[in-house]
Design a protein around this ligand. Structure first.
Ligand SMILES: Cc1cc2nc3c(=O)[nH]c(=O)nc-3n(C[C@H](O)[C@H](O)[C@H](O)COP(=O)(O)OP(=O)(O)OC[C@H]3O[C@@H](n4cnc5c(N)ncnc54)[C@H](O)[C@@H]3O)c2cc1C
Length: 572
């Protein structure tokens, strides 16, 4: 490949078109910026947002009196002392405004007696979560935002364009370089400001709820651009991912809404309820936090009390078919197609990697440590501390997306471009490499990485396992990645895309293993079997950044707010 790269210019470049990216694009455009919204998948159809099933946590208080400070109190409580309190407060305070705006845009929040219906979810003190029935929240949110993007002047959309590098010059982000997945060509983009909204990293784990494009690219792009990441050790494991029997065409986390609505009993292989043994209670209520439930299932399995396929039972057999149909209508028919009759036998569930609490470190304006570079959505770290409260992630995507777009538009005045700044990144896309006969394939290496992350950097960690993982990840970066480098043969260069996917995955995996090794305690989603206690002295965040090609770590104090004052006196 020796053609000149295609060149594009924009005020604000938004990388990733999930909930956060689409909201950022809308907000930037309504603040007067020209926006380029791009995605490596189809606009509004890739990533987590469209897969999300049910709850969106927000203190609209339509059915039960509520206030955003109560939502904040629950968020901070779930976060085990590590929430960036300013970000968490923004999430809770601005959530109602975003949810009402989505309502005006006809997302279709389920209503009861004319009010938005709100249900209970784990970790919340009161019923607070809005949703779109049946299991339709994510698709409805994505469709509403896609429509809104289409109706907003000033937004150009491009699908199948994967950003491989950000261009930083004189200490400021100047744009990006991307791979056109259809044409196989490099694309350069000059931008006054860039919003990174490329989602999370759970695809790095063998068992996950992720789509194919959730491989940690937000974090790897930010890191290579010189930005700080925060709390990378905190990966959330969703406790009741589907395990058995076979489930085709349905989401592995679909049991969540069943539990919200109907409770359901979580049992070990001996048919005993067990959550109380681990300091929580949720018999038929689904109120135990996710980190505790995941831990409890792992421990029951370890103690030899697993269900036949290595997880726990989830039972709704105490309910009759009419109750199930009333709650879930057509979903019961889809289960029947999979041979599942919940009135007759329990299904089996087990923890799966589901969400990332850590991410790019930002200010309340969503600015990263690199001028001109903003972040939003799951790409951002800090708001949820060591453990996320259920339903907070979509709220976060909408609230942080809106803010990032708003502030990026204000910062986008200074657009300067010199094509030579992009030479290295363009060269990475176009570099010819001889096909090496015995080079490992992407499938082999990515599969190995997923297995490594699951076994050694998963829910139950030890210093020894983390050191082994770190050492192998670094070996893969130094030896396997260069050997796998493919030839760019032009259109549909899948091998080229996979090479960039693996580069990003390894860079992100390294930050998780390193920060997990350095956090010598157990807290929230980070559980060290060799260091089971939570240490008061480690109530700080960890930042990681790339300097001179090496990762460096720094402990930083948790950003606190005047929350106590706000919570005690708030009436607004
Ligand atoms: C199965 C599932 C169910 C969930 N259920 C809920 C729920 O009920 N409630 C809740 O609050 N949260 C839920 N979550 C979490 C929540 O959906 C996500 O945290 C949130 O939607 C993230 O939004 P986002 O816009 O940041 O990222 P995403 O929606 O993941 O969008 C990121 C986009 O970036 C694109 N991209 C990635 N890399 C690149 C690149 N290099 N170049 C260009 N584009 C790129 C991707 O293709 C994708 O479209 C769920 C998640 C999953 C996976």
């Amino acid at each position: 490949m020796t053609e000149e790269p295609i060149h594009l210019e924009t005020d604000v470049l938004v990388v990733g078109a999930g909930g956060a990216g689409m909201y950022a694009a809308i907000a930037a455009a309504r603040n007067g910026a020209n926006v380029l919204l791009l995605d490596k998948s189809l606009i509004g159809r890739g990533g987590a947002t469209i897969m999300a099933q049910m709850t969106v946590a927000v203190a609209v208080g339509e059915q039960t009196p509520d206030h955003w400070t109560h939502h904040l109190a629950d968020t901070l409580n779930a976060g085990r002392g590590l929430c960036d309190e300013e970000l968490a407060a923004i999430l809770c305070r601005e959530g109602p405004e975003r949810i009402r705006e989505m309502d005006e845009w006809r997302v279709g929040w389920t209503r009861e007696d004319g009010h938005m219906k709100q249900v209970m979810a784990p970790g919340h003190e009161i019923p607070r979560c809005v949703f779109v029935d049946f299991l339709n929240t994510g698709p409805a949110v994505a469709k509403t935002l896609r429509t809104r993007v289409a109706r907003t002047d000033g937004i150009t959309k491009i699908s199948n364009l994967s950003v491989t590098d950000l261009v930083v010059e004189d200490g400021r982000v100047r744009g990006a370089v991307a791979l056109d997945l259809n044409g196989g060509r490099a694309v350069t983009i000059a931008a006054g400001a860039v919003v990174l909204a490329a989602g999370g990293l759970t695809r790095l784990y063998q068992r996950n709820s992720a789509s194919v494009n959730m491989g940690g690219e937000s974090y790897a792009l930010a890191l290579r651009a010189g930005a700080d990441l925060i709390d990378m050790e905190f990966v959330q494991f969703f406790p009741i991912g589907h395990l058995a029997p076979r489930l085709v065409g349905m989401d592995p986390i679909m049991w969540d809404p069943f539990r919200y609505k109907l409770g359901g009993r979580l049992l070990n292989g001996n048919q005993e309820e067990f959550i109380e043994k681990y300091g929580a209670s949720d018999s038929g209520t689904y109120t135990a936090p996710r980190d505790v439930t995941s831990y409890a299932i792992f421990k029951e399995v370890e103690a030899g009390r697993a269900s036949p396929n290595g997880g726990a039972y989830l039972s709704f057999t105490h309910l009759d078919e009419a109750t199930l149909r009333e709650a879930f209508g057509p979903v019961i028919n889809r289960l029947a197609c999979n041979g599942i009759d919940l009135t007759k036998r329990p299904i089996e569930v087990a923890p799966i990697a589901h969400y990332h609490m850590g991410g790019i470190r930002v200010t309340p304006e969503m600015a990263t440590t690199v001028p001109g570079l903003y972040a939003s959505g799951e790409a951002v770290g800090g708001a949820n501390g060591a453990n996320r409260l259920s339903g907070n992630a979509i709220t976060e995507a909408l609230v942080f997306g809106e803010r990032a777009g708003h502030f990026a538009a204000q910062a986008a005045t200074n657009k300067v471009w010199n094509s030579s700044w992009a030479d290295d990144a363009v060269g990475d896309i176009e570099t010819m490499a001889p096909d090496s006969g015995n080079a490992p394939t992407f499938g082999e290496l990515f599969g190995e990485l997923q297995n490594l992350m699951w076994q050694k950097v998963g829910l139950l960690r030890t210093g020894e396992k983390l050191e082994q993982a770190l050492s192998r990840i670094r070996e893969m970066q130094a030896q396997d990645l260069p050997r796998m480098r493919p030839q760019n043969k032009g259109p549909f260069a899948l091998g080229v895309q996979e090479w960039f996917d693996l580069r990003a995955a390894l860079a992100t995996a390294e930050t998780i293993a390193l920060t997990a090794l350095n956090r010598t305690e157990s807290r929230g989603a980070h559980q060290r079997e060799d260091l089971p206690d939570t240490e008061e002295s480690q109530t700080h965040n960890q930042c990681v950044r790339l300097s001179g090609g090496t990762l460096t770590l720094e402990s930083v104090p948790v950003r606190r707010t005047e929350f106590e004052k706000v919570a005690l006196g708030a009436t607004e």
